[in-house]
Design a protein around this ligand. Structure first.
Ligand code: PLP
Length: 386
C-alpha cells in the first residue's frame, strides 16, 4: 500500500520518537505511583518534577504554575467553570470562533443563573478586536445591577483551529485586566508551533494539549498564573497541590515534556520548513488554474490553510482524497439532510457557496515537498475533472 499522506496536523500529530522512547520506562518498569512515599516511586516523582520544569521553561512560566490535565478539553473546562470562587456572580466574555471545548463549557455555565456569557463577533479574518472587547465589557457593566462579588473572565483563543488566525492576545489581555477580569487563552493549536511567553502575553490561564505538538494523546496542561483565583474542577486525591485530583499519568507527562522541548528547540527551523511547503502548495494551486480563495491568512499559524473552492462540496473532496490515501479536513459537515457550515466560517461571514466548499489542509514538520505535490495533484484530479 502507498504511504498515506497526512495533512491534518491541526487534528492531531505523530508522536515524537524521542517522546516515545522517554515514555517507555514509565509504562514498563518505573510504574510506581508518583504520590507514594517509598523508593519505587522516587524516579517517577523526580521525572514529574523535571517535566513540570521543562514545560514551564518552554512558555516562560514557573514550574508551580503548571497543572497537568487530560488535554485541551479539560483545561478549557477547568478555566471556564472554575474561575473566581464558586459563590461568585460570573460573566464570561468569549468569541464566536472558539473551539467547542470553550463554547460548550460556556453554554453549560449559561444554564447557571449566576453566570452571563457574551460572545464577541470577529472580523472577516477571524480577529477579535480589542476595542470590541472593551466596548462589550463597558456595555455589560452598564446593563447590570451592581453586584458586590462579580468575577469576570475573558476567554479568547490564541490561534484558531479552522482558519489559523492568530489573535492579538497581548492587547486583549490588557483590555481585560483594565476591567479587572481574569484572562484565559486556549493555546491548544499554538503551543509548540509559535513562540509563546506567558509573561509577554500577559495571560492568567492558558490551555495546552500534548497531541497537537507531537506528544501523546490524553494529556495536557493548564498554566495558572500565581495569584489567579481558580478552584479545583476534579475533586479527589491531593495530586497537583490539591487542584486536580487523579493519579499522575507519568509516562504521558514525560512524553509531553520531551515533545514540547523538541518542538520549541526547533521552532524556527520547523516554521521555515512548513512555510516553504505552504508556499509550494499555493504556487502549485495557482499554476493549476483551480479557482479558490483563502480564509484568515494575514497573520496565521504556519501550515494551516483554509481554502474555499466556490460551488464545490468539501465533504465530497474529503472522501475522494481519503480514497487516494490523503487526510485533510473540511469546514462543513454533511448530515443526511443538509450541509452544516462550521460556526467559524459563519462568524467570518463566508458566503454559503464558499463555506460549503471549504477544506482545511494542515501541514506539519513531518510533511515533505512530495506530499504537497501529491496533494495538489489529487485536488486537481478531483476538482478539474468534475
Ligand atoms: N482547543 C482547540 C483550539 C483545539 O483545536 C482542540 C482540539 O482540536 C481542543 C481545544 C481540544 O483539545 P483535546 O483534543 O486535547 O481535548
Amino acid at each position: 500500500m502507498k504511504k498515506p499522506i497526512y495533512a491534518d496536523n491541526a487534528a492531531t500529530t505523530a508522536l515524537d520518537i524521542d517522546a516515545f522512547e522517554a515514555m517507555k520506562p514509565y509504562l514498563l518498569s518505573e510504574y510506581g505511583n508518583a504520590s507514594q512515599p517509598y523508593f519505587f516511586s522516587r524516579t517517577p516523582k523526580r521525572e514529574l518534577k523535571e517535566a513540570r520544569a521543562t514545560i514551564a521553561s518552554c512558555i516562560g512560566a514557573q514550574p508551580d504554575e503548571i497543572f497537568f490535565t487530560s488535554g485541551g478539553t479539560e483545561s478549557d473546562n477547568w478555566a471556564i467553570k472554575c474561575f473566581g470562587s464558586p459563590s461568585d456572580v460570573r460573566t464570561i466574555f468569549t468569541s464566536q470562533i472558539e473551539h467547542h471545548a470553550v463554547l460548550n463549557a460556556c453554554d453549560h455555565q449559561f444554564g447557571n443563573s449566576k453566570c452571563a456569557v457574551v460572545r464577541l463577533p470577529v472580523d472577516s479574518e477571524g480577529i477579535v478586536s480589542p476595542s470590541v472587547l472593551h466596548d462589550a465589557m463597558i456595555e455589560e457593566v452598564s446593563n447590570r445591577a451592581v453586584v458586590s462579588c462579580e468575577t469576570k473572565l475573558v476567554s479568547i483563543m490564541l490561534a484558531n483551529n479552522e482558519i489559523g488566525t492568530i489573535e492579538p492576545i497581548k492587547e486583549l489581555a490588557d483590555v481585560a485586566h483594565k476591567r479587572r477580569a481574569i484572562f484565559h487563552t486556549d493555546a491548544v493549536q499554538a503551543v509548540g508551533h509559535i513562540p509563546i511567553d506567558v509573561q509577554d502575553l500577559g495571560v492568567d490561564l492558558l490551555s495546552a494539549s500534548a497531541h497537537k505538538f507531537n506528544g501523546p494523546k490524553g494529556i495536557g496542561f493548564l498554566y495558572v498564573r500565581k495569584g489567579t483565583l481558580l478552584f479545583p474542577y476534579l475533586n479527589g486525591g491531593a495530586q497537583e497541590r490539591e487542584m486536580r485530583a487523579g493519579t499522575e499519568n507519568v509516562a504521558s507527562i514525560v512524553g509531553m515534556a520531551v515533545a514540547l522541548k523538541n518542538n520549541c528547540d526547533a521552532i524556527e527551523q520547523n516554521r521555515a520548513h512548513i512555510q516553504k511547503l505552504e508556499k509550494l502548495l499555493i504556487a502549485l494551486l495557482d499554476e493549476s488554474g483551480m479557482q479558490y480563495s483563502r480564509n484568515g491568512w494575514q497573520n496565521k499559524l504556519p501550515g494551516l490553510l483554509s481554502l474555499s473552492f466556490p460551488g464545490k462540496d468539501a465533504e465530497a473532496i474529503l472522501h475522494r482524497m481519503d480514497l487516494m490515501g490523503i487526510c485533510i479536513s473540511t469546514g462543513a459537515a454533511c448530515n443526511s439532510v443538509h450541509t452544516e457550515v462550521s460556526h467559524v466560517l459563519k462568524a467570518i461571514n463566508l458566503e454559503d457557496y464558499l463555506a460549503k466548499g471549504t477544506i482545511r489542509i494542515s501541514l506539519g514538520k513531518n510533511n515533505t515537498a512530495d506530499d504537497v505535490q501529491s496533494l495538489t495533484l489529487a485536488l486537481k484530479k478531483i476538482l478539474l475533472s468534475e
